[in-house]
Design a protein around this ligand. Structure first.
Ligand code: PLP
Length: 391
């Protein structure tokens, strides 16, 4: 059989099959003995709820983040809800949140009868900016939820300055950026999620630190707030059967904690391998007319929860079809702005129904496969399929 050729006449790579957006199976195989043993230990101990694995994971995550207090919980959405509940906000209080993010960041605001105020994104980093947040502040504003989208930190220093100037709480949605580091102008560094009053993260399986089911965590450096968060997550009690406030029931189970302990020790290695894959995509997808590679925020490391391109000229969906036909999966994060979601009709306090960058991003973004287990041949194949589309 003749070697297939690319449009420029060069030899084409043999097709790589079974490409995944996220390769959880290969990641498991690489630590199978350790993880199997850890899960078996929990099963044999019978300590399924708040067992030693949960305590160990809590301490390990506190050390990793450099956070005073970690409160493990059931998922990332609960983490955000518990954070807002612990701040003692009143119905109608306004909370500033990006319009270009996963639904959970804004859903918990509306669920608690608070008012989401949606703001636009930087079209190159996809994150919210202090100037857009400042323009949305009113006398009713009580909190800001910066979302570290796709794996890099929002520019937190000006956001924290705004928060302190206006007396606002800051709850970081760190579900996509655990492991990223932000550098302040004085050189001080902090993990994302530890800069605001509260950080929230998710251990959904496809997140950078993913469990084998649902999980989440809240962290804070404030001891009083830490006690309150723990109480809210634990039926409003600090002494068993004495309920001071109405809380909820949100726990990380011991089997998930055992898995997370194995993976937390490897998280920085996973981040390095994701960055290496992103570097490969960056290097091989430069200089294509109509295609923009993701910008990196200078004061943050990037852990690439997603590698997200922009395609102009209305050709994004055609690129996705082209990739699909070549066996390359891709995803659109996110196709619809939160202000256009039926669920939020009439709830946004600032009544926005159009933000230009958010609107543009919803039409132009496409995320390529991204995980920690790539063979170079797979990346080469993906890049070739993208280049073919634009050739
Ligand atoms: C995944 C995610 C969440 C929610 O996490 P779950 O564990 O799925 O509840 C919240 N915010 C963002 C930005 C996310 O990506």
């Amino acid at each position: 059989m003749a070697t297939p050729t690319a449009p420029d006449g060069s030899a084409q790579l043999p097709p790589v099959t079974n490409i995944q957006m996220v390769d959880l199976k290969a990641q498991y195989v690489a630590m199978q003995d350790e993880v199997d043993q850890a899960v078996l230990d929990v099963i044999r101990s019978g300590a399924f709820i708040n067992g030693p694995a949960v305590k160990t994971f809590q301490a390990n995550l506190e050390a990793y983040l450099g956070a005073e207090r970690v409160i493990p919980c059931a998922n990332g959405t609960d983490a955000l809800q518990i954070a807002l509940m612990a701040l003692g906000l009143e119905p109608g209080d306004e909370v500033i949140v990006p319009a270009f993010t996963y639904v959970a960041s804004a859903e918990v605001i509306a669920l608690l009868r608070l008012s989401p105020v949606m703001v636009d994104a930087d079209p190159r980093t996809f994150n919210v900016r202090a100037e857009d947040i400042e323009a949305a502040i009113t006398p009713r504003t009580k909190a800001i939820i910066p979302v570290h989208l796709f794996g890099q930190s929002c520019d937190m220093e000006p956001i924290m300055a705004l928060a302190s100037k206006h007396g606002l709480h800051v709850v970081e949605d760190n579900a996509q950026a655990i492991g990223a580091t932000y550098t302040f102008s004085d050189g001080r560094q902090a993990r994302t999620g530890t800069i605001g009053d509260i950080g929230c993260t998710s251990f959904y399986p496809s997140k950078n630190l993913g469990a084998y089911g649902d999980g989440g965590a809240i962290n804070t450096n404030d001891k009083v707030l830490g006690d309150k968060l723990h109480k809210v997550a634990n039926h409003g009690q600090s002494v068993r059967y004495y309920h001071d406030i109405v809380g909820c029931n949100s726990r990380l189970d011991s089997i998930q904690a055992a898995v997370l302990n194995c993976k937390l020790a490897r998280l920085d290695g996973y981040s390095d391998r994701r960055r290496a894959a992103a570097d490969y995509y960056d290097a091989h997808l430069q200089g294509i007319d109509g295609l923009l590679t993701p910008a990196r925020q200078p004061n943050s490391t990037h852990v690439f929860h997603q590698y997200t391109l922009r395609v102009d000229g209305g050709r994004r969906d055609a690129l996705q079809e082209h990739l699909k036909a070549a066996g390359v999966p891709s995803m659109i994060y996110y196709p619809v702005a939160l202000y256009d979601q039926q669920a939020f009709a009439g709830t946004a306090a600032n009544e926005v129904n159009f933000l230009p960058n958010t609107d543009l991003l919803c039409k132009e973004v496409i995320s390529l496969p991204m995980h920690s287990e790539f063979e170079e041949a797979t990346l080469a194949y993906i890049v070739e399929q993208v280049r073919n589309f634009f050739a």
